[in-house]
Design a protein around this ligand. Sequence first.
Ligand SMILES: C[S@@+](CC[C@H](N)C(=O)[O-])C[C@H]1O[C@@H](n2cnc3c(N)ncnc32)[C@H](O)[C@@H]1O
Length: 351
Amino acid sequence: MREDVKEYYGKTLAGSEDLKTDACCTLEAPPQNIREIQKKIHPEVSGHYYGCGLIIPQEINGLRILDLGSGSGMDVYTLSAMVGKSGYIVGVDMTDEQLAIARRHREYHAEAFGYEQSNVEFHKGYLEQLDELNLEPGSFDLIVSNCVINLCQDKEAVLKHCHRLLKEGGEMYFSDVYSDRRVPESLRQDPELYGECLSGALYWNDFHNLAKNCGFADPRLVEDRPLGLNNDSVIERIGHIGFYSATYRLFKIDDLEPACEDYGQAVKYLGGIEEQEQQFTLDKHHLIEKGRLFPVCGNTYRMLNESRFAKYFEFYGSWDQHFGIFEGCGSSLPYDRVAAPNESDSGGGCC
Ligand SMILES: C[S@@+](CC[C@H](N)C(=O)[O-])C[C@H]1O[C@@H](n2cnc3c(N)ncnc32)[C@H](O)[C@@H]1O
């Protein structure tokens, strides 16, 4: 399947417009500041973009970032402009043709962003074998990835490497495709459905459990959208399954609790984060208004207090008293479910 994926992204697809579904497309327009940067990206790079979401969190100036499955380099170069001269981006991909495009335009982008030398590098490698690339454990502030992990055969190995490579308080912030049920093995063997980022997708609850097993105890959903399959042959084969593009953030913070627990704590956002002056978005369930006391569970308190966001918050409360489970950090069914394209709406359940 690895060779099929290389063939798909290296040879079958001549550019973004050859995709059969909107699984590997980012439909929503990025914020204005990112649009301005992306106008400077070389057209050969943007013409081979196959990402499914926006993988740029807040407050990244000066960060050292790893992009898993960096493809033609669209996100690497966007991040390159955003981290400034003191930041650095490492891209990893296994497909020669994609790497060649990305590498070809290093100097072009350094010049476009006003840097004396490029602040990006690209490595050829498999994400399941990141340990072979000589990357220092604990050396990245942020790991991003855009529509790639679904294509990896051993997703557990990938997440474990990420946990090892992140600094304490760092995070993975990545978009990928998830399904509303487990995809049967027969469909996983279909090279087109796999290459289109569908049949390798994890069932969302398997992903949550996998992330927890790999050291990311409290996965946070940032945003999601149902995917349009938009192709009769694809719908016929896999249309009974609902697919979603979703962006998660996984903080590397030791001993987060397996559930959101209430210690009566709260935070106050002080403002100061670029593009989020009035409201800070931690995830889909935490839109934290500037100046307002915002009750949080113990895990959210620690995500803000033990990460690069700490200086933008005031923290209230202690760990002395436990008040039970904390309601409000998200439901067990993360996505707003919609009927799959060929799903009957006859219901049939007892409720
Ligand atoms: C859907 S494309 C996304 C590319 C890029 N992130 C973007 O947004 O344009 C998937 C990329 O992941 C790479 N890829 C897939 N599986 C991989 C693996 N196991 N190891 C390294 N790269 C992989 C492919 O070569 C391809 O470039």
